[in-house]
Design a protein around this ligand. Structure first.
Ligand code: RRO
Length: 310
């Protein structure tokens, strides 16, 4: 069932992409296709960002891949995915059939692999409203390949994604003090939006086996444990970028959490780890956000964006 027209104008502008509301899923947390449709109508959300896709199928890391931590979880899924071509053929049509707006996230181990994944998306249907360039996965075998820790590499992968022939968003890393500079570089390279940020480097050790708990050893920390880190990352990025659109992500479980990111400077938010406990979380947060605004006389989302900067 579709939502009735909101009393509050939650429309948000992300560069050339205009979304009816600012609540998106975070890449990697809602599958590659319509998995979420068993729990909510994907079309009610601003957009569905699918798990990062390589040009080729990718097996991912050994299990266990996720582990709960205080107020969060660590993961090392290892970028498992069907590859862009199989995704276009099998997953996207089902997701598109729900009426959702879709954002394709891409990754590669080299600039050339990013370019290849992007090119394969060139003829994707218009329902794929943007491509999110995942420059910041913490779980690559070789962390030197973490593009989002280098201005040059960030520039190169964002440029390489031009072949997707649709708006580019750059997903950046919280694991570098240079995040604002990297955001500036991503925009200069052609990104319309920066997504701030990916997971925080972390790990958990099993005290009985005396070995790292995740199959891959180290991982990325997400959930409410990292929310203040992500809020600051958005705030700092807003200071560096001014009015350039930012998508805030990191530990959002409620509408008030989402408002915190909007006030820090985000034009939209992504919900990720919260869905592991409650797959309906994004729809709940959207409904509550509308109510939050209504109760406070906020008639347009824009009134909130960046308001904490005074
Ligand atoms: O697949 C993963 O292990 C993964 C990815 Br692509 C990412 O961007 N962030 C993360 O925490 N895990």
């Amino acid at each position: 069932m579709r939502r009735k027209a909101p009393a509050v104008d939650l429309t948000t502008r992300l560069g050339s992409v205009i979304l009816p509301n600012p609540v998106l899923t975070a890449s990697g947390t809602a599958g590659h296709g319509a998995e979420l449709a068993d729990f909510l109508d994907p079309a009610v959300l601003g957009a569905i960002v699918v798990k990062s896709l390589h040009a080729e199928p990718w097996a991912g890391n050994p299990t266990p891949r996720v582990h709960a931590t205080p107020s969060g979880m660590v993961n090392s899924v290892g970028l498992q995915g069907p590859g862009v071509e199989a995704w276009l053929e099998h997953d996207l049509p089902v997701l598109a059939g729900t009426g959702a707006r879709v954002v394709a996230s891409i990754w590669g181990r080299t600039v050339e692999e990013f370019a290849r994944a992007a090119e394969l998306l060139a003829d994707a249907p218009d329902v794929v409203v943007a491509v999110e360039v995942n420059a910041s996965c913490p779980n690559l075998e070789d962390r030197r390949a973490l593009f989002a820790h280098s201005v040059t590499a960030t520039t190169e992968v964002v440029e390489a994604a031009e072949g997707a022939r649709r708006p580019r968003w750059a997903k950046l890393s919280p694991n570098t003090p240079d995040l604002p500079d990297l955001a500036v570089a991503a925009i200069a390279a052609g990104a319309e939006v920066v997504t701030v940020a990916n997971t925080v480097l972390g790990m958990v050790i099993d005290t009985e086996t005396r070995r790292p708990l995740l199959g891959a050893g180290k991982g990325g920390l997400s959930g409410p444990a990292i929310r203040p880190v992500a809020v600051r990352a958005v705030f700092d990025t807003r200071e560096a970028l001014g009015a350039v659109p930012i998508i805030g992500v990191g530990g959002i479980t409620s509408a008030t959490d989402a408002v915190e990111f909007l006030l820090a400077g985000a034009s939209a938010v992504q919900i990720g780890t919260a869905m592991f406990a409650d797959p309906r979380a994004p729809a709940r947060i959207l409904t509550d956000l509308e109510r939050w605004c209504d109760r406070r006389g906020v008639s347009q989302l824009e009134e909130l964006i960046g308001a904490a900067h005074g």
